[in-house]
Design a protein around this ligand. Structure first.
Ligand code: FRU
Length: 493
């Protein structure tokens, strides 16, 4: 069995052994070892807390712990001791994903206990609670597990029942839990409780067809701008035109939650991010009434260079993003706090690029934010080359004829390949110009790029691993392209 003490000692003794080359400056990471999903994201007693799926001992997935970081401003994070270890019979093979909620001043975590057996059939997933008074030290309650296979409706597999999201509505706490139907296909189950310990099954909140992926994961539900929004992650969602090219995808559904019947009525559904590395997001509402989302910035089923190159760590979170709804679509904006860390502004105005490749004098960007406004009335195509050393480069391109905005990492650095049927190295999204302009905000860190297009209407998030210094920016155009402005800041935390 693993213990918390063993994990915390191991981290203390070994954290200086990681190789820092690709470690991001302003994104949440663990000090050493593997991370995946964000967990238990909460604003508690004046600080943001973020937990995460964590295996401290290797840069690969293993028996899951909950790592923990906290922050006052969502940009600089402090690692605090590991919160949960798989140290009980009901979570012996992993403390899987879950959420946090405050009750009577205490911080409650609800997570999935993962219990393996002799065969895959024997596997069980159950829901558990841990409580803390200081937000750092957690005690698993004696009533655990609080939801088990005995509480499953017909047609739900006890092997795939995980990732509780707890929300409060009136006098009740509700827990949304991802589940697999007996014959395959995802669904979200709804449970309710008065005290977070005694739970009762309410309904199948939403049921997927087989074509909508064999299993759903990590549901999240919240009200935003007068609508109900359901986010969830889907294993193996089949590719559809430009959508769902990664092995796993994240969906944003806008609709209405009928709390009386426990049913979610869907109005629209869209992919939430058009990059290559974005999975299992979680949201919170903070003290400023903002809906903030953070996501794992990695994808299942591909090589991870910080593991294969033996850097001793793997995985990072996205920049926290504020969500809002406009025209029945979920927009994402980088949290405003990031701007406090902007330095060394460089500004360029009215740049004309005509069938050529141009470098802007004196411009370099590595850990940076870039804002570009491109007039797409006349030209055919623009390629913005970032994190470039001219051999390695990451391309953010806009095709004025098709309206496709594209992120391409085929030449970014270390090759990233996965178990997709076809090798996926670029992604694109149809992005309509607004007043003939495409506006991009691009966030670069040592091994990541996040593109926000047209005020956050679309985002494209990917990891990149340049092997040499890559801080140039080059602009190529087919036809006559005019850039209204390009501003760049370094980000220093
Ligand atoms: C999603 C996920 C969750 C699970 C966790 C295990 O990435 O598969 O469904 O709880 O990761 O680490």
């Amino acid at each position: 069995m693993y213990t918390l003490q063993q994990a915390n000692n191991y981290i203390e003794e070994n954290r200086t052994s990681v190789i820092a080359d690709y470690r991001n400056d302003y994104h949440v990471m663990a000090p050493i070892g593997w991370i995946n999903d964000p967990n238990g994201f909460i604003y508690y007693k004046g600080e943001y807390h973020l937990f995460y799926q964590y295996y401290p001992y290797k840069a690969v997935w293993g028996p899951m712990h909950w790592g923990h970081a906290k922050s006052k401003d969502l940009v600089t994070w402090e690692t605090v001791p590991v919160a949960l270890a798989p140290d009980q019979p009901y979570d012996k093979d992993g403390c899987f994903s879950g959420t946090a909620i405050e009750k009577d001043g205490k911080l409650y975590l609800m997570y999935t206990g993962h219990i393996e057996g002799e065969s895959e059939e024997d596997l069980r997933q159950v829901q558990c609670i841990a409580v803390s008074s200081d937000g750092i030290h957690f005690e698993k309650v004696k009533q655990n597990p609080v939801i088990t296979e005995a509480d499953l409706p017909e047609n739900a597999k006890p092997q795939d029942f995980r990732d509780p999201k707890v929300v409060k509505k009136g006098d009740f706490y509700y827990s949304l839990i991802a589940s697999k139907q007996e014959e395959g296909g995802g669904q979200i189950l709804l449970y309710k409780s008065k005290d977070l310990l005694d739970w009762e099954f309410v309904s199948v909140m939403l049921k997927g067809d087989k074509e909508e992926g064999p299993m759903w994961e990590c549901p999240d539900l919240f009200e935003l701008d007068g609508k109900d929004v359901l986010l969830f992650s889907v294993e193996g969602l089949p590719k559809k035109e430009n959508n769902f090219l990664n092995t796993h995808s994240v969906l944003a559904m806008i609709g209405e939650m009928d709390w009386q019947k426990g049913i979610f009525h869907k109005e629209t559904v869209e992919e939430l991010d058009y990059g290559l590395d974005f999975y299992a997001p979680q949201t919170i509402e903070d003290d400023k009434n903002r809906r903030i989302m953070i996501s794992w910035m990695q994808m299942w089923g591909r090589n991870i260079p910080t593991d294969t190159e033996q850097h001793g760590w793997a995985g990072s979170m996205t920049l926290p993003r504020e969500l809002f709804i406009k025209n029945n679509h979920v927009y994402q904006r980088p949290v405003a706090e990031i701007k406090k860390y902007y330095t060394n502004k460089q500004s360029y105005k009215t740049i004309k690029v005509s069938d050529e490749t141009k470098a802007l004098e004196g411009l370099s960007a590595e850990v940076s934010a870039i804002e570009v406004v491109v007039d797409v009335t006349a030209g055919k195509r623009i390629d913005l080359e970032v994190r470039s050393n001219q051999v390695e480069k990451t391309l953010v391109s806009y095709d004025c004829e098709t309206g496709l905005l594209e992120l391409n990492r085929i030449n970014s650095g270390i090759e990233l390949v996965g178990n997709e049927e076809e090798h996926v190295y670029k992604r694109s999204v149809y992005c309509e110009p607004e007043n003939h302009k495409i506006e991009l905000e691009i966030f670069l860190d040592r091994s990541s790029i996040e593109v926000f297009a047209n005020q956050g209407k679309y985002t494209l998030t990917s990891t990149i691993y340049p092997t040499k210094k890559a801080d140039q920016i080059l602009i190529s155009a087919e036809g006559d392209i005019e850039i209204d402005r390009l501003d760049k800041w370094d980000i220093e935390v």
